[in-house]
Design a protein around this ligand. Sequence first.
Ligand SMILES: [Zn+2]
Length: 114
Amino acid sequence: MIKRDKKRESRIAKERVVYLVKRAEEWKNKDYELARRYVELAKRIAMRYRVRIPRELKTIYCKKCLYPYKEGNFRVRVRKRRVIITCLNCGFERRIPIRQTVRGATKNTKSITS
Ligand SMILES: [Zn+2]
């Protein structure tokens, strides 16, 4: 039996996931069905190897129907400090909280106390 190299496996899996989602982004205006298929595959690989889909890639497709968001089929609204993306295919709403960044704040206090 060949020993599985889990680290290597998950690294490759992640590469494939990223590649597939990017492909979906590329194809969404040419072949929408194919683009969806890419997202589906990416998701399947991610689940199989338990790798995380990078956050910036997660926002390009609908979590529910897996179609990539493309012009005219999604709506973006800002409400109560949240970005709300609505998929117009299936009506699924996704809420992304807007984080307040206090950049440099911790650094400054450190330099004062030390
Ligand atoms: Zn959807």
